[in-house]
Design a protein around this ligand. Structure first.
Ligand code: SAH
Ligand code: TYD
Ligand code: ZN
Length: 408
C-alpha cells in the first residue's frame, strides 16, 4: 500500500468495498464490455489521520471530456453557489482595486456565472471539456486544465495573484495534494484565502453514508486532518463552517500561516471531533461494520419486494449510487430503471450494474410502488417536487442513515 498523500505516513485500511467502476462513467449500450474497474478500499493515516483511498485512479480516466456530473441539477445547490459567490463579493473581494477570483473545478459554471454577472475578474479551472463549454456559455472564463503547481503558476504569471481561490466538492477528489497546495501558494495573494467545501467525515460516520466513498473521491476530510494538511504546506486553517449540502459538508478556510487570527470555531469543532473519537481506529471499524449491515438490509428489502411482485424504481443516478449498487449487487432485476434530470446520463446504463437511466418523466408517467432514493442528499427538494408520487400511494425507500420505507 502507498503512503499517505498528505504526510507520507502509513495508511491502515478499514473498509473494502470491492471492485468498483468509475461512478460517473455512464455507458452507451454499445460500450458494454469495456468497463474499467478498480478496487475501492479506504484507510486512515496513522500520522495525520486523514481518511483516504488506498489506491488511485489516473485522473484522465475520470475527468475527461464526457465526465457526466453537472452542478446545475439541484435547486438547493444553485442557491448555495449564488450565496457563496455573492458572499465573497461582499467580504473578501470587497474594497480591493481589481479583485481576482479563481475556482478549481468550476464544472458547468453554476457558481462562476454569478461571479461573472457581478463583473468580477475571474477564472475557472475545469479539465472536462464538456463541462467547460457549458460554463463558457454561461459567461464564465474557463481554462480547460487541471489545477496543479504548474498551471497555477502560469496563471499567476499571466494574470497576477488571486484574492480568493474557491473550490466545491473537488479538493477531496485531488490526490496530488503537494502539487495542489504548491499551486495555491503560487497563485494566492499574500492576504488571500483558499476556501473549499467538501463532504465532512463526521457526517459520513454519523449517517453511515458510505456512498460518499467512490473511485472519484480520494479524501474524506475532518477539521483535524485539514489542520495537518494546511500546516504541512505553509497554510493555516482559520475558519470551518458546517454546511447542510454535500450530504453533510464542511467549509474550510485556509490562509497563509500567521496571516489571520483563526476563528474559535476551528478549535471548537476540533474538540468535538476529539470528544467523538472521530478519527480513532475503533470508530472507523464500527463504521465499516455498519456499512455491511446496511448492505445486507437493503439487499434483503429489495429481494423481498421483488418476491412480492412490487414495482421499484431508482431516483437519481448519483455517483454515490454506483457504490451502493455495486456493493450490494443491485442491478436491473431489482431496480429496473433509475430516473435522473442530467441529459448526459439519460439513455445510458449506470456504471457496473447497468441499470438504464431515464428522464424523470418516465417516473411521473407511470409511478412505481416504491422509489429508492439514491439522491438522498437532495431528499427535501425531491420529495417536495414529487408529491404526486406519494399522493398516488408511492413510498420512498432510503438507506441513509438507516434502511427505511418512509411512511407518508
Ligand atoms: N464544483 C462543482 C463540481 C464538482 S465535481 C460542484 O460542486 O458541483 C468535480 C469537478 O472538478 C469536475 O468538474 C472535474 O472535472 C473537476 N476537476 C477534477 N480535478 C480537477 C483539478 N485538478 N483542477 C480543476 N478541476 C478539477
Ligand atoms: P449528487 O447527489 O449531487 O452527487 P453525486 O453524483 O456526486 O453523488 O447527484 C445528484 C444527482 O441526482 C444528479 O445526477 C442529478 C440528480 N437529480 C435529479 O434527478 N432530480 C433532482 O431533483 C435532483 C435535485 C437531482
Ligand atoms: Zn497522513
Amino acid at each position: 500500500m502507498n503512503g499517505c498523500r498528505i504526510c507520507g505516513g502509513r495508511v491502515e485500511e478499514f473498509l473494502d468495498l470491492g471492485p468498483q467502476p468509475l461512478p460517473d462513467a455512464f455507458l452507451l449500450p454499445e460500450e458494454l464490455g469495456e468497463e474499467y474497474f478498480h478496487r475501492l478500499a479506504v484507510g486512515r493515516c496513522t500520522g495525520c489521520t486523514v481518511v483516504q483511498l488506498t489506491g488511485e485512479v489516473p485522473r484522465e480516466r475520470v475527468f475527461h471530456h464526457d465526465y457526466a456530473y453537472r452542478s446545475a441539477q439541484s435547486g438547493a445547490m444553485r442557491e448555495h453557489f449564488a450565496r457563496t459567490a455573492l458572499g465573497f463579493a461582499d467580504t473578501e473581494l470587497a474594497g480591493r482595486a481589481d479583485p481576482f477570483f479563481v475556482e478549481i473545478g468550476c464544472n458547468d459554471g453554476t457558481l462562476l456565472r454569478n461571479v461573472a454577472a457581478a463583473g468580477i475578474r475571474h477564472l475557472g479551472f475545469e479539465p472536462s471539456g464538456g463541462a467547460a463549454a457549458l460554463a463558457r456559455s454561461q459567461g464564465a472564463r474557463v481554462r480547460e486544465d487541471f489545477f496543479e503547481a504548474a498551471t497555477a503558476a502560469a496563471v499567476r504569471e499571466e494574470e497576477g495573484p488571486a484574492h480568493v481561490v474557491y473550490s466545491s466538492d473537488t479538493i477531496s477528489q485531488i490526490p496530488y495534494t503537494a502539487s495542489l497546495l504548491a499551486g495555491v501558494d503560487a497563485l494566492l495573494d499574500p492576504d488571500g484565502v483558499f476556501v473549499f467545501d467538501d463532504p465532512y467525515l463526521r457526517d459520513m460516520i454519523e449517517k453511515t453514508s458510505f456512498d460518499q466513498i467512490c473511485n472519484e473521491r480520494f479524501y474524506l476530510f475532518s477539521v483535524r486532518s485539514v489542520t495537518a494538511m494546511a500546516e504541512r504546506y505553509g497554510f493555516e486553517l482559520v475558519d470551518a463552517v458546517r454546511l447542510p449540502g454535500y450530504g453533510g459538508g464542511m467549509r474550510y478556510v485556509l490562509a497563509r500561516a500567521g496571516a489571520r487570527t483563526p476563528s474559535p470555531e476551528v478549535a471548537r469543532l476540533r474538540a468535538e471531533e476529539e470528544e467523538l473519537r472521530l478519527t480513532e481506529p475503533e470508530t472507523l471499524r464500527a463504521f465499516a461494520a455498519s456499512v455491511l449491515r446496511i448492505r445486507d438490509e437493503l439487499t434483503a428489502l429489495l429481494r423481498r419486494l421483488r418476491a412480492e411482485g412490487r414495482s421499484v424504481a431508482g431516483y437519481g443516478a448519483t455517483a454515490k449510487s454506483a457504490t451502493v449498487t455495486n456493493l450490494c449487487g443491485i442491478g436491473p432485476e431489482l431496480v429496473p430503471y433509475v430516473c435522473d434530470t442530467t441529459p448526459g446520463k439519460q439513455g445510458r446504463l449506470s456504471p457496473g450494474v447497468h441499470i438504464p437511466v431515464v428522464p424523470p418523466e418516465t417516473f411521473t408517467a407511470d409511478y412505481p410502488e416504491y422509489a429508492l432514493l439514491f439522491a438522498w442528499s437532495h431528499a427535501e427538494e425531491i420529495i417536495a417536487k414529487e408529491q404526486g408520487f406519494r399522493a398516488a400511494g408511492g413510498k420512498w425507500i432510503v438507506y441513509v442513515p438507516e434502511v427505511r420505507v418512509l411512511e407518508s
